[in-house]
Design a protein around this ligand. Structure first.
Ligand code: HSE
Length: 437
């Protein structure tokens, strides 16, 4: 049987990794796919630049439209990233009757509903395993391995750059800005690094995970997003003292009788949890389903090899399915397209969780009594309080409070009242706490 012909858009880190992987494991891949897989045409902005892969076995162009319009190409692999041009190219490839493999989380999270609709009309496949958590086959695990379950919640460390920064701040007591510069140098950061540290990249990935877990349309604009830029080294140290680590988590949870909560924010996680111990650029996703219980998936979430591993796995899947009836393929979002649910995505004020609060309080009698009275008046129960020595020369002391579970709406009201006390300086720091049980 002749080989499957692939067109490649983008020859950066992941593109070159994909070329190298297809060459290195060629026989193994063909034995699994049933056919050999050949890249025949590739586009890159600067074809003359030196590459981390050989380019002698395919045509090389600077025009990506030449690849998606090439009649010889059966599968287009999109690795250029971004939303504008990538969306145009993917839609054109689909309308030309080609299957698509992409690692582009922003594209799927923001335009996936439209892209899948085009693909369904054309009877082609769109595969996106590499878009979430790089080398961890988390899409396949949820979509196929856990397909008998009713997923209750999932929580993941799905941005390696921010996890690296938080890990360095924890172990080396380093400053945020200093570590960010190093993370960018390692090549894991997004083209716009604010996507990493402001939680946007994690929100793209959470949007995709939530859709395949709950069978809801992709709704990136409904995710509550907070990044790690406000996390100070003092919070990391106080959290440690209380038995917690601070992680940037993407959380998707069914709230019984209400809807689905989608949020990305720094989170205190008990030190004993596996997720608390995922360090550096590694990713991990915890999925809790009925009846399976809690399952955890861990591995490298970015980089040439891990991401190419997912891209090529998708190429193998598409090759296996290329001649099958589209109606019999695994649905893009795990659930049949006509069976997607319209369960509402809740605003963050609807959630109920535990909280870590840090405030600077005047070191005078009655201050803590005022704070605890406000919490009590708002129905908020305290789990632990920590008061530290004032920094040298300061007349305010840091006070840290851990609360039991309460609604975000009540917590907002209590925080506003505490901030209005004349004995409290500045704003409160609030970090949500998840026990993941
Ligand atoms: N910037 C991303 C990260 C790359 O740091 O995880 C992989 O999506």
């Amino acid at each position: 049987m002749s080989s499957v012909k692939v067109g490649l858009l983008g020859l950066g880190t992941v593109g070159a990794g994909t070329v190298n992987l297809l060459a290195r494991n060629r026989d193994e891949i063909a034995r699994r796919a049933g056919r050999e897989i050949d890249i025949v045409h590739a586009a890159t902005r600067h074809p003359d630049r030196p590459r981390a892969c050989s380019t002698e076995h395919f045509r090389l162009t600077s025009d990506p439209f030449a690849v998606v319009d090439d009649p010889a190409v059966e599968i287009v692999v999109e690795l250029i990233g971004g939303e504008g041009l990538a969306r145009e190219l993917v839609l054109r490839a689909i309308d030309n009757g080609k299957h698509v493999v992409t690692a582009n989380k922003a594209l799927i999270a923001s335009h996936g509903n439209e892209i899948f609709e085009h693909a369904r009309r054309q009877g082609v496949t769109v595969a996106f395993e590499a878009a979430v958590a790089g080398g961890i086959p988390i899409i396949k695990a949820i979509r196929e391995g856990l397909s008998a379950n009713r997923i209750e919640w999932l929580a993941g460390i799905i941005n390696g750059t921010s996890n690296y920064i938080l890990s360095e701040m924890f172990y080396q007591q380093r400053d945020f800005a200093d570590v960010l510069a190093e993370a960018q140098g390692l090549g894991y950061a997004e083209a716009d690094p604010t996507f990493d540290v402001e939680g946007v990249d994690a929100a793209h990935k959470l949007t995709i995970l939530a859709s395949i877990a709950f069978g809801i349309p992709l709704q990136f604009d409904k995710v509550h997003v907070e990044g790690i830029t406000q996390i100070g080294s003092e919070d990391i140290a106080y959290a440690k003292e209380l038995g917690y680590r601070i992680k940037l988590l993407g959380i998707a949870r069914r709230v019984v009788g209400k809807g689905i909560s989608l949020r990305v924010h720094p989170t205190l996680v008990p030190q004993r949890r596996l997720l608390a111990n995922v360090d550096g650029v590694m990713n991990a996703v915890m999925v809790h389903g009925d009846p399976v219980g809690s399952t955890v998936y861990y591995g490298p979430g970015a980089g040439a090899g891990p991401t190419a591993s997912a891209v090529v796995a998708d190429l193998i899947d598409v090759t296996r399915e290329i001649n099958t009836d589209p109606k019999h393929r695994v649905p893009f979002l795990a659930f049949q397209s006509h069976a997607l649910s319209d369960e509402p995505v809740l605003g963050v004020e609807e959630i109920e969780t535990r909280y870590y609060l840090r405030m600077d309080a005047q070191d005078t009698p009655g201050v803590l009594a005022d704070v605890t009275r406000i919490l009590g008046d708002n129905g908020i129960s305290i789990e632990a309080i920590l008061q530290k020595q004032p920094p040298p020369g300061a007349d305010h002391v840091p006070v840290i409070i851990l609360t039991h579970e309460v609604s975000e709406r009540r917590m907002n009201a209590a925080m506003a009242q505490i901030e209005a006390l004349p004995t409290i300086q500045g704003r409160l720091t609030r970090i949500r706490v998840e026990h993941l049980d």
